[in-house]
Ligand binder design. Structure first.
Ligand SMILES: NC(=O)c1ccc[n+]([C@@H]2O[C@H](COP(=O)([O-])OP(=O)(O)OC[C@H]3O[C@@H](n4cnc5c(N)ncnc54)[C@H](O)[C@@H]3O)[C@@H](O)[C@H]2O)c1
Length: 416
């Protein structure tokens, strides 16, 4: 089986590599020459556990190669971005151009699978009219559907194999063909459905998490006002056998949870009330944290804050939609000096080379992301270089007693 994967990012490249390691001939297509140059040398330009080794092996063994343009294949898998615009509308331009790019290469019997998370109706209403330009009979000569991705960054290679997935075709035969393709390497269950249900399920899964986090964030605000520790309260609530409240924090980021609920709101504004309010609640968290920071620093002249971690989740290099980036912007607009330290992020303006450099002369250390390497911060060393010893943990991650021992005044999000 020959597979052409369009879009070699966090999803496309691992997917292409898994098919290649299962013995398929895979052509990875990306419009970014840097991605393709690296791939053809057996290298990668993103961070994901085990991916560098896997890509190096499958490229060396000639099962995977990169190309700037698609070519004929049995299966086309589209894994391009589906971001939101500043108006919170789905930007489908990448899906449109990726679909258009494969049309000249489509042949009778081919299967086209959209993996990108997309608004309900994308396959039916947006892709099919483009694919019809191939002059193939859709559903009879050209099979089409959606198979959304459920992996978590940092665990992608493992979860690609063991997660269950949906095979949502435009007709039953398309669903069956999608399932057969993924069975090449997927060990999880594959559930057959239609493309619209698969589109909605992916959005609903991420929205469930967003709404639950919004609830936790609302509790954090309530607890700060009521002088209760929200982390303890949630832990105790979750002792109830049917309660699973998520964790609060400085906001929700990433390409999925902070984005996908808007795809439902866009299509169903009158019905998606809780969904929209949850998005807005989570989006309010950076300014909620900024207000707390300003209160902590209220008596200090020309204050400086050091933000530890700017990614949207721990132990990855991805800063897309990260609430910490919004927090930094708010603080800077309010005239607060900000230094940053994130050991996972290579290129970000102002990211210090080490923790001590970032903290030197600072008045407040803010733990923004619970990267594993931040678990045990060297508070005694930090105390020597900081101007004022203040520490705010937005993740309930660090032992505050260590910080207190080193003379820090400690603050915790969701606890006054
Ligand atoms: N990253 C995740 O954890 C995750 C999880 C589940 C689902 N998804 C979904 O998967 C999709 C892809 O996300 P990602 O994180 O891999 O994106 P990404 O930005 O990491 O990668 C996308 C790649 O597609 C390339 N590209 C864009 N348009 C192209 C075109 N027309 N032709 C060829 N290449 C093109 C880009 O250059 C880029 O390398 C999105 O819809 C996302 O919501 C992502």
């Amino acid at each position: 089986m020959k597979i052409c994967v369009i879009g070699l990012g966090y999803i496309g490249l691992p997917t292409a590599s898994m098919f290649a390691s299962a013995g398929c001939e895979v052509v990875g297509v990306d419009k970014n020459p840097k991605v393709i140059d690296a791939l053809n040398k057996g290298e990668i330009i993103i961070e994901e556990k085990g991916l560098a080794e896997l890509v190096s092996k499958v490229v060396k063994d000639k099962f995977l190669r990169g190309s700037l343009v698609p070519e004929e294949a049995d299966v086309f898998i589209i894994t391009v971005p589906t971001p939101i615009t500043t108006q919170k509308k789905a930007d489908m331009s990448y899906v449109i151009s990726a679909t258009e790019s494969i049309v000249p290469y489509l042949r009778k019997g081919n299967l086209v699978i959209l993996e990108s998370t997309s608004p309900v109706g994308t396959v039916d209403e947006l892709m099919i009219p483009i694919l019809e330009k191939s002059a193939l009979k859709i559903g009879e000569e050209l099979f089409v559907g959606h198979s959304p991705e459920r992996v978590i960054p940092g665990q992608i290679l493992k979860e690609l194999v063991f997660n269950s997935r949906l095979a949502g075709g435009i007709n039953p035969i398309s669903s069956e063909k999608i399932a057969k393709v993924y069975k090449t390497f997927v060990k999880g269950e594959i559930y057959l459905t239609d493309s619209r249900t698969a589109e909605l399920c992916k959005l609903a899964e991420n929205t469930y998490r967003d709404v639950n986090i919004a609830f936790a964030n609302e509790l954090a605000k309530i607890c700060e006002d009521l002088n209760i520790n929200v982390w303890e309260a949630i832990e105790l609530c979750n002792k109830h056998p049917r309660v699973n409240i998520h964790q609060p924090g400085p906001g929700v980021g990433g390409h999925c949870i902070a984005v996908d609920p808007w795809f439902i709101v866009e299509k169903q504004p009158d019905n998606a009330k809780i969904i929209e309010l949850s998005r807005k609640t989570n989006d309010s968290m950076p300014s909620f944290v900024a207000d707390r920071i300003k209160r902590i620093l209220s008596t200090i002249n020309s204050p400086k804050v050091t933000i530890l971690g700017i990614t949207y989740k721990p132990d990855v290099d991805d800063i897309r939609e990260s609430p910490l980036i919004y927090l930094i912007d708010i603080l800077k607009k309010d005239g607060i000096k900000v230094s940053i330290y994130d050991p996972h992020v290579e290129k970000y303006d102002g990211n210090a080379t080490d923790l001590i450099t970032a903290a030197t002369g600072s008045d407040l250390l803010v733990l923004g992301v619970h990267h594993g390497s931040f678990k045990e911060l060297p508070f005694h060393k930090l105390a020597e270089v900081m101007r004022h010893k203040n520490f705010l943990d937005t993740r309930n991650f660090v032992s505050l007693s260590d910080a207190k021992d080193a003379g820090f005044s400690c603050y915790l999000l969701g606890n006054n």
